[in-house]
Design a protein around this ligand. Structure first.
Ligand code: IPD
Ligand code: CA
Length: 278
């Protein structure tokens, strides 16, 4: 796809993320419907559904032949080579429910299964991350703020790194066991382990240079698509937890400031969960 077509799409995605974020702000702290999905800790609210509907409706009006994958769709579309919007209307729904201000709208766009546009907006901090493949990644803080070019920080080894991971919303015993086994190995070998509750914002933290590496088993394509573009454009690196090329539908990921760091963490992970694919 031509660069000007990507630029147009990014511009629209930013406008729509800002518009849809009003729904998050209006309902924050006064949610009427909080439903459970896979477990009592895997939540969805009316706002998740309304934000997704607004984004899908508007994007479809402008780009009727693009494809769409969204977290709240009742029957999930398959990822193909066609131009596809990959959207998480609220990433960090548990944070949103608790009014913990680290959640965002995450709008990704992929062509030939390759993430090409990332727009991530946290309305509570007014942080907007944007990236187009080959064009760099930016962060704008506040309305009318100066765009800052994003760049990862260099970190030589896991022992000197700040790591992020998540425990996720599943309460499946096998998965919990794998997460704890990984933590037992990683925690003694780094400076610290953090968990922010939003996969997209975790990855943007690496792009911003204040976290070095993130890994998770159980994420979905809509949690990571947009953030992958932001990180790659900030000169970061993504791969599968076993070190191979990232597979958007495999539900596991390492995102890091460098390939060396990603490979070091990968070689330490004691388990590599095989999960049902997106
Ligand atoms: C979740 C968040 C969470 C991560 C989960 C995701 P959601 O997304 O990103 O940090 O641990 O794997 O599914 O459900 O809040 O959109
Ligand atoms: Ca979500």
């Amino acid at each position: 796809m031509e660069l000007n077509e990507l630029i147009e799409r990014e511009k629209l995605a930013v406008e729509l993320a800002k518009k849809a974020s009003m729904l998050m702000k209006e309902t924050s702290g006064s949610l009427k419907t909080i439903a459970q999905k896979e477990s009592h800790a895997d939540l969805v609210t009316e706002t998740d559904r309304n934000v997704e509907k607004l984004l899908f409706d508007e994007l479809r009006k402008h780009y009727p032949s693009d494809r769409f994958i969204g977290e709240e769709e009742s029957s999930k579309s398959e990822l193909t080579d066609e131009p596809t919007w990959i959207i998480d209307p609220v990433d960090g729904t548990t944070n949103f429910v608790h009014t913990f201000p680290f959640c965002c709208i995450s709008i990704g766009f992929a062509v030939k299964k390759e993430p090409c546009i990332g727009v991530i907006y946290n309305p509570f901090l007014d942080h907007l991350y944007t990236a187009i493949k080959g064009q760099g990644a930016k962060l704008v803080k506040g309305d009318g703020g100066e765009p800052q070019e994003l760049r990862v920080r260099s970190c030589n080894s896991l022992r000197e790194s700040l790591v992020m991971t998540e425990y996720g919303g599943s309460r499946d015993e096998k998965k919990r066991d794998a997460i704890l086994k990984a933590l037992q190995v990683i925690q003694p070998n780094c400076h610290g382990v953090r968990s922010m509750g939003s996969a997209a914002l975790n990855i943007c933290s690496i792009a911003s240079g204040y976290v070095d590496i993130y890994y998770e088993f159980g994420i979905h394509i809509w949690d990571i698509c947009a953030a992958i573009v932001v990180l790659q454009e900030a000169k970061g690196y993504v791969c599968d937890t076993q070190g191979g090329p990232v597979d958007l539908c495999a539900r596991r990921l390492i995102a890091a400031s460098s390939e060396n760091l990603a490979k070091e963490l990968s070689s330490l992970l004691p388990v590599h969960l095989e999960l049902e694919r997106d």
